[in-house]
Design a protein around this ligand. Structure first.
Ligand SMILES: Nc1ncnc2c1ncn2[C@@H]1O[C@H](COP(=O)(O)OP(=O)(O)O)[C@@H](O)[C@H]1O
Ligand SMILES: Nc1ccn([C@H]2C[C@H](O)[C@@H](COP(=O)(O)OP(=O)(O)O)O2)c(=O)n1
Length: 678
């Protein structure tokens, strides 16, 4: 997951390959609750690991359910059965509507004392219609903040009052279908002696989500009878029965981003479109009908029981005018597909967008406009006209409103014909449903090598390049190339092979460099099966590296390996010749220096921290000798590139040095200019 403040997506050109999608959030949290209400243990396979399932699992544990997470994506839930939930209990449910609503209903019917709260946005999301329905039944629920919104208190410490189950229970269906889902999931608890009937007031929205609820209830032994979408009957004698084991389908809403990707990108060379694993055309999730909408816009989609294949069909895409009530979440993806359509795309009947993670109509309108689109918005619709020509596109920093879908939708804007990068702010908000979304995206998209941003930091030993490069890479979410390590590893391999580091053995040393079995993983460096992270860091190996690096054939042998580090979303490279030889087109080259005295002192401190005693004068003499050797060699000597910015950090802290590099990087991005204008 990218936990950076922002993630800059370089312009993307093609896509191709296979993605495996994470489990559906809606199915995951429903299954968890049903398993928790059942007798016995349920093995839940392919459970989504996300913020929303995390709060549900924590909540169930707090209520006394058995939760065994030792099996990776398979979680074992031991249900309450006939046991009462542990009470009192305080549940924090983040921003998970799929946890807040059904738990409120279930706990109100089970009895006990509970508080249910979430993050501030959760406290702005309405729950009054559900509370009204439960209060009419006889449940005692209080608002702890604003009327009609969480946080809530359920107060049945003295036992449940008699519930009024004879008359049909009315619930509004036109604000959120989650209220009805909550009642359907919870009322079987009390459908013992008589049928329990729910009547929907108002036009029910998001019906497909109710279908998921009914299908999952059936898997847990509850057969709900439905008359139209107005009346639902839970038969007397209902009891939750664990199916023993259940598989969670991949998330059909998450599939929408990759369906869109296949529809709007040219295929990568030798590939034909995108294959999506984990969800197929016969999915029980309503958002699978996004397929029809994407086809209407031009996508070429085929599929089987648990896979989809998507390629470009009509291009440019066709604008559509669609009632999106049946696919409220996935429809947001249509709004960014509209950027690539001819004409105006109108998405209607989407009032529920206004009460989701954020006001999604306002959010989409604001961010689409930043890209140069013309957007009209109303209480329950949005109409998008793309920028008229490539020149009308703008580089935008997309605000994501702590809304995973906004972040994922707008990643598609990186295919803009103007080849502008797109900045996604707070990319970790995707953790709600798809923590590794950007990793999955990068695994199936490609761009021209020239579009991949590279930031070079060169300089003499102990100037702080390595430290600063690592910090900058972390802040930007970029890969890191410690090129000095490659020379150090080659030198170590030569020493181990007994090859003298001298010009006479240049060819043999170059062969060694070309076939170096090196691997960088989890902050460690491996040479074949040996962890050499520490062995290459000695002063002696630094000197050997400097000697081996003076051999032109060795340098040439390491070029391809170094170029291979430049991958999406970008690279920070540190060394001696990153800006001059390896990445001469890099948009930012920093030449970092510090006085010899300062550098000797830093090295001294570094060694002391490792428990190695060293003489500071000897260290200074060594580093000056190495500087001289690196500066005076014939090939790729240590020197600033012509367009490098010099940074003498003798008087700066590490943080100040990093901040300066980031300021220079930001000055080169188009977003700041846009912000200044906007
Ligand atoms: N302003 C600074 N910038 C970068 N590093 C610094 C700074 N001040 C002190 N240091 C320290 O200098 C030492 C040498 O840094 P390092 O990154 O190993 O240098 P290099 O990669 O250039 O050889 C590290 O221990 C680092 O913490
Ligand atoms: N791009 C590079 C990186 C390192 N080298 C050589 C020259 C250096 O003295 C050695 C060791 O580099 P390294 O960056 O690990 O050394 P320091 O951490 O700066 O002491 O490798 C090079 O020639 N070109």
């Amino acid at each position: 997951m990218y936990s950076t403040a922002f993630l800059d997506l370089p312009p993307l050109l093609t896509a191709g390959g296979t993605v495996q999608l994470p489990g559906s959030k809606s199915i995951s949290n429903r299954v968890l609750l049903l398993a928790a209400l059942s007798q016995g243990t349920t093995e839940v396979h392919d459970l989504l690991a996300s913020d929303d399932t995390r709060v549900m699992l924590d909540g169930l544990r707090a209520l006394g359910c058995g939760v065994d997470e030792s099996g990776g994506s398979t979680v074992r839930i031991t249900g309450l059965g006939d046991q009462p939930p542990r009470s009192p209990a305080a549940l924090f449910l983040g921003n998970a509507g799929t946890a807040m609503r059904p738990l409120t209903a279930a706990l109100a019917l089970l009895g006990g004392e509970f508080t249910l709260s979430g993050i501030p946005r959760m406290h702005e999301r309405p729950i009054g219609d559900l509370v009204d329905a439960l209060r009419q039944l006889g449940c005692q629920i209080d608002y702890l903040g604003n009327e009609g919104f969480p946080p809530l208190r359920i107060a049945h410490g003295a036992g449940l009052p008699a519930l009024r189950l004879q008359a049909p229970i009315p619930v509004r269906g036109d604000v959120s279908s989650q209220f009805l889902t909550a009642l359907l999931l919870a009322l079987p608890l009390v459908a013992r002696e008589q049928d329990v009937v729910i009547e929907v007031v108002g036009e029910l929205i998001s019906k497909p989500y109710i279908q998921i609820t009914l299908a999952l209830l059936a898997r847990f032994g509850i057969q709900v009878a439905r008359q139209g979408w107005e009346r639902f009957t839970i038969p007397a004698g209902s009891r939750y029965q664990s199916p023993g084991s259940i598989h969670v389908e991949a998330d059909a809403s998450s599939a929408s981003y990759f369906i869109a990707l296949g529809a709007l990108s040219a295929s990568a060379e030798g590939q034909n479109g995108i294959k999506i694993q984990g969800v197929g055309l016969d999915s029980i999730q309503g958002d699978i009908r996004f397929v029809e909408a994407a086809r209407a816009m031009g996508a070429d989609i085929t599929g089987g029981p648990n896979w989809l294949h998507v390629a470009r069909g009509a291009w440019p895409l066709r604008a559509i005018d669609l009632d999106c009530n049946h696919i409220p979440d996935a429809a947001m993806t249509l709004a960014t597909m509209a950027l690539y359509a001819q004409g105006t795309t109108r998405l209607r009947n989407i009032a529920s967008w206004r009460v989701k993670e954020t006001d999604r109509i306002a959010a989409m309108a604001t961010e689409l406009r930043k890209l140069g689109a013309t957007v009209e918005e109303g209480a329950d619709f949005i109409a998008i006209t793309p920028p008229a020509t490539p020149q009308d596109w703008k580089a935008a920093s997309i605000h994501t409103y702590d809304d995973h879908r906004v972040a994922m939708c707008f990643s598609l804007a990186a295919f803009n014909p103007a080849c502008l990068p797109v900045r996604i702010e707070d990319p970790k908000c995707v953790a709600k449903t798809f923590p590794d979304y950007f990793e999955a995206l990068f695994s199936v998209v490609q761009t021209a090598q020239a579009h991949i941003p590279v930031l070079c930091i060169d300089g003499p030993t102990a100037s702080g390049k390595g430290t600063v490069a690592a910090a900058v890479a972390q802040q930007l979410g970029y890969a890191l190339l410690d090129s000095g390590a490659l020379y150090r590893i080659t030198a170590l391999a030569a020493v181990q092979a007994g090859i003298d580091i001298a010009p006479a053995h240049e060819a043999a040393l170059a062969d060694l460099a070309r076939t170096l079995p090196v691997r960088f993983a989890d902050g460690r460096i491996w040479l074949a099966s040996a962890d050499v992270t520490d062995a290459i860091r000695t002063e002696a190996m630094g000197m050997n590296a400097s000697r081996i690096s003076a051999l032109p054939a060795v340098r040439a042998a390491l070029v391809d390996l170094q170029h291979g580090f430049a991958r999406l979303p970008g690279l920070v490279a540190d060394g001696r010749d990153m800006g001059t030889v390896i990445f001469p087109q890099a948009p930012l080259k920093v030449f970092m220096t510090a006085s010899a005295a300062c550098r000797a002192e830093r090295r001294h401190q570094q060694l002391l921290a490792k428990g190695i005693d060293a003489n500071i004068d000897a260290l200074r003499a060594d580093l000056e000798a190495r500087d001289l050797q690196d500066q005076s060699r014939k090939v790729a000597p240590l020197k600033p590139a012509q367009d490098a910015l010099l940074l003498d950090n003798s008087g700066l802290t590490i943080d100040e040095t990093v901040a300066q590099v980031i300021v220079w990087w930001e000055e080169r991005q188009p977003f700041a200019i846009h912000l200044a204008q906007g």
